[in-house]
Design a binder for this molecule. Structure first.
Ligand SMILES: [Mg+2]
Length: 257
């Protein structure tokens, strides 16, 4: 997340029912959307956009469109987000419980940190839940506080993996100078034990996707078996070796390459 967020996307063009997507495609919304806007409710397409973002049909976007700011805020602070996260966790636990481990102690499960192990919602609450342009300075200040709460669904998965004998490993685009604060934050939130905490070198000039893919390759070369991999961004779970199975948490607030 400390890296630059690559962009494009969704600028509002003309009337409230028409979005311009970065590559020039336009999606003209129907009369129902106009009526919803007139009623003051969320445009129905906000749910469609969220779905498209999660499915990676829309990529490279920069901010949540203003018409959907309230929708995203309600989603991310409401029960639906928690239930969606629980569905992901339930599937991940069921998969982990089905595995027959080798006994080598080399099976690992990779966790992303922000919006996966830890939540930045306290920060997002004061910064528009993705509707405002990303401000790296204020975000770094939030990280430096070391007060990010755990995502409870992730903590549940983490604890079950420890019981099963699968070693958690954190792989994050936070940087090495954030190691101490990240370690303390994770410990304080109940993540008590992990195989490694892999952070980006300061000043690394590459995408998060390339960084994480390269680090996973190093782990495989060192003899680890990545049985699972979970994150809130597609760049957490794309790029070979991804892991035997990947799981994606919802995140409609921001996109990271
Ligand atoms: Mg993340």
């Amino acid at each position: 997340m400390a890296t630059a967020r690559s962009l494009l996307l969704l600028t509002v063009a003309g009337f409230c029912f028409c979005f311009c997507i970065c590559r020039g495609e336009e999606v003209i919304m129907g009369i129902g959307d106009e009526m919803a806007a007139a009623r003051g409710g969320d445009p129905p397409y906000c749910g469609n956009l969220r779905m498209a973002v999660e499915a990676r049909n829309i990529i490279g976007w920069k901010t949540v469109p203003p018409q959907c700011a309230d929708y995203v805020a309600r989603y991310i602070t409401g029960e639906r987000y928690q239930r969606d996260a629980d569905v992901v966790t339930n599937e991940a636990i069921a998969y982990a419980e089905s595995l027959k481990l080798s006994g080598s102690g080399k099976e690992i499960w990779i966790f992303d940190v922000d919006e996966t192990a830890l939540s930045t919602l306290p920060y997002q609450t004061n910064h528009g839940f993705g509707a405002k342009p990303f401000d790296n300075a204020s975000f770094l200040q939030y990280i430096a506080q070391g007060s990010a709460p755990a995502l409870q669904a992730t903590l549940r998965l983490y604890r079950r993996l420890l019981q099963l004998g699968i070693k958690p490993l954190f792989l994050t685009d936070r940087t090495e100078d954030q190691r101490a604060v990240t370690t303390n934050n994770l410990l304080q939130q109940g993540y008590c034990n992990w195989e490694k905490l892999v952070l980006q070198p300061v000043g690394l000039q590459t995408s998060t996707l390339a960084f994480k893919t390269g680090e996973r390759q190093k782990l495989v070369s060192a003899g680890y078996v990545i049985v699972g991999n979970i994150g809130d961004q597609w760049n957490d779970i794309r790029g070979s070796p991804e892991g035997c199975r990947t799981f994606k948490f919802p995140n409609p607030m921001y996109y990271v390459d």
